[in-house]
Ligand binder design. Sequence first.
Ligand SMILES: [Zn+2]
Length: 71
Amino acid sequence: MKYRVRLDLNFDSDSDALALMDYARGLSTRAVSINEGRDDEEISFCEIELCRHDEGLPCTRLDRLEVRKLR
Ligand SMILES: [Zn+2]
């Protein structure tokens, strides 16, 4: 059993978004992925995107951190 957190927060300020990403990056060293390398793997991750859906445009991924032990 694990304790899973899911969140998806949009900010007006890039500094708020980067602060949350940095906090998540720090905690990610204690996070684990489940069944890594198997068909049913669930990889722990955090992402930061530039979201332009308020302008009718798509999101652009800026960074993605994945918790993996296998490479
Ligand atoms: Zn978007």
